[in-house]
Design a protein around this ligand. Structure first.
Ligand code: COI
Length: 357
């Protein structure tokens, strides 16, 4: 256990204001009263783990993150169960992915146990901010790290700041989503940063998302950078296909985000009579399959989005394609329910994924 110091805010949110926030949390609209901060300096290592009142930061205008985008982040949630206990879901997986992202971005590696401890400490302190769990509300936890060294030369920075902030949230998508197959943009390329959870991947996605909106869709279906032929992921989530012959198909890892929800759902597939298959999937296979009924259901998955039904596609080559009858499919609903029930302690956690705070 690391020594964390705690400086309490002198202006805590009043219970009435917090209750109002929890009643309609949105996503990232309200923040808890404290944050974790741990700094890293090359040669000295990780310094002075502390919990501070939530506040603005001061950064040197030459801080490397502001110029060259050395930034990584994670997303996980804390769930309040019916007995009022608070639980995390597979925080060790986020900690491990954070190390991989740091390696790819040439950043300092935060020890995995320190990551998990930081998350547990802030959630324990802010447990009153964890919503009651109705409508699948939870506390979204955002660990992140920036290069803090003032540096205009392009090289790996020598100082970093790790922080954890939290926000109560409801569902990220309130409705099923249609996907735009963009001919113009790519999220990742072989050898790029597709597997890392870094801010730059999301910055580069924004213009394509606007293109999706302009074409009547809520998100982008990303395809490979070389040929625009192979499906990668969608929006900020992984994508899965339920086939008519009982497979749960998803693109192999490589240039996509190795999602914790993705991994969990692949492990749950069996319990739903589905065979989990990870392999390259072409856009033509998807659109032909949707047209013929061979692909019966499509859904996206991620921490924020949980399991979001995909009910249609649009593309310049093939126009609009509707999945099934245009409604969320039964396997999608079942899998979503199973996952959420494990998270909220209503279904047996046979894999040992949940961790009490
Ligand atoms: C998450 O699911 O945690 C994400 O990272 C999505 C977020 C960018 C909204």
């Amino acid at each position: 256990m690391a020594e964390f110091s705690l400086t309490r805010t002198t202006h805590p949110t009043s219970p009435a204001v917090r209750q109002a926030a929890l009643a309609d949390p949105g996503f990232g609209r309200h923040y808890v009263d404290h944050m974790v901060v741990i700094d890293y300096v090359e040669g000295d290592g990780w310094q002075d783990p502390r919990i501070l009142p939530m506040s603005d930061w001061s950064l040197h205008p030459a801080a490397a993150v502001l110029h060259y985008g050395q930034e990584i982040f994670e997303g996980l949630k804390a769930y309040r169960r019916d007995d009022d206990s608070i639980w995390l879901f597979r925080p060790d997986r986020n900690a491990a992915r954070f190390v991989n992202s740091a390696r790819r971005l040439g950043m300092a590696e935060l020890p995995e146990d320190l990551f998990v401890e930081a998350v547990e400490r802030i959630v324990a302190l802010e447990r009153d901010w964890v919503p009651a769990g109705e409508n699948e509300q939870s506390l979204y936890i955002r660990p992140f790290m920036i290069a803090s060294e003032a540096l205009l030369g392009v090289r790996e920075a020598k100082s970093y700041r790790f922080s954890v902030i939290c926000t109560p949230v409801g569902p990220y998508y309130s409705e099923p989503v249609k996907l735009w197959i963009t001919p113009n943009y790519t999220r990742a390329a072989i050898g790029g940063t597709g597997e890392a959870k870094c801010g730059g991947n999301y910055a580069a996605s924004l213009v394509a998302t606007e293109e999706a909106y302009a074409n009547g869709c809520g998100q982008v279906l990303w395809t490979d950078g070389a040929e625009h032929k192979w499906v990668e992921e969608c929006g900020t989530m992984n994508v899965m296909f339920v086939t008519a012959d009982g497979e749960l198909l998803t693109p192999s890892l490589g240039s996509i985000l190795p999602g914790v929800t993705r991994d969990s759902i692949l492990k749950l597939a069996d319990a739903h009579g589905l065979k989990a298959v990870e392999r390259p999937i072409s856009v033509d296979e998807v659109l032909d399959g949707v047209e013929s009924g061979q692909i019966a259901e499509v859904f996206a998955c991620g921490t924020a989005a949980v399991v979001t039904p995909i009910v249609g596609f649009n593309s310049p080559q093939r126009g609009v394609a509707v999945v099934g009858d245009g409604q969320p499919g039964p396997k999608t609903e079942e899998i979503r329910r199973h996952l959420v029930d494990i998270q909220f302690g209503r279904a047996e956690d046979t894999f040992g994924w949940t961790r009490r705070v």
